[in-house]
Design a protein around this ligand. Structure first.
Ligand SMILES: Nc1nc2c(ncn2[C@@H]2O[C@H](COP(=O)(O)OP(=O)(O)OP(=O)(O)O)[C@@H](O)[C@H]2O)c(=O)[nH]1
Ligand SMILES: [Mg+2]
Length: 201
């Protein structure tokens, strides 16, 4: 009887789980974005003070339950020596969020170069891609419209997949929920190609 009830309980509570990688150069705002997303979508969650967020050495994990599914975010450190660790996570990911510091014109070519190397990896083929032009709260930043053509040059590498470039401010939270909602839809659409994991916690 216990087994039966336990099984039924698990059936009721289990969720499809999707893993989302958050990538981009160091200082792009990945961890700040993850905190903003958790704050928007988790009841009673009070995000970390952005001033207390330090550079990521390794990996931050965060989860959001939304539209009946669980999103597990893997926010990886973006420093050059840490970028070589990214590809260990590619085969298990269901989507990519690539974060750009729109206020750092000088490092835009570097960000594009790192993006190109990442997106042509076979393990990411067909995986939905959300490119975030972050730090839009800063007055002299590049707009998403300016950044778009730079990244669209990689159209042949991006290939056939759901892809969106959008403006966002991880600091103010502007644009954060639209991006996550788009991502959930895309991940579900791609579920035949990359089926979810099953999480019964
Ligand atoms: N003005 C502004 N600052 C931001 C925004 N997002 C992040 N920052 C700032 O940018 C700096 C870096 O943010 P992080 O979230 O640590 O960047 P990261 O991409 O996780 O960096 P690594 O962990 O080193 O890869 C911090 O000082 C943040 O407060 C934003 O939308 N607007
Ligand atoms: Mg970080």
């Amino acid at each position: 009887m216990y087994t039966l009830l336990n099984g039924f309980y698990k059936y009721l509570t289990q969720k499809d789980e999707y893993c989302i990688l958050i990538l981009g150069l160091d200082n792009a705002g990945k961890t700040t974005y993850l905190e903003a997303a958790k704050t928007k979508f988790t009841k009673n969650y009070r995000g970390m003070n952005p001033n207390k967020i330090t550079t990521t050495v390794g990996l931050n994990i965060g989860q959001i339950d939304i539209q009946g599914v669980r999103l597990s975010f893997w926010d990886l450190g973006g420093q050059q020596e840490l970028q070589s660790l990214w590809d260990k996570y590619y085969s298990e990911s269901h989507a990519i969020i690539y974060v750009i510091d729109s206020n750092d014109r000088e490092r835009m070519p570097e960000s594009k170069e790192v993006f190109d190397k990442m997106i042509c990896n076979d393990y990411l083929s067909g995986v939905p891609l959300l490119v975030l032009a972050n730090k839009q709260d800063l007055p002299d930043c590049m707009s998403a419209r300016e950044i778009k053509p730079v990244f669209q040059e990689a159209g042949h590498l991006i290939g056939r997949r759901d892809c969106l470039i959008m403006p966002v401010s991880a600091l103010t939270g502007e644009g954060v929920d639209e991006g996550i909602k788009w991502l959930v839809e895309s991940i579900k659409r791609n579920g035949f190609v990359r089926p979810p994991k099953c999480d019964d916690t």
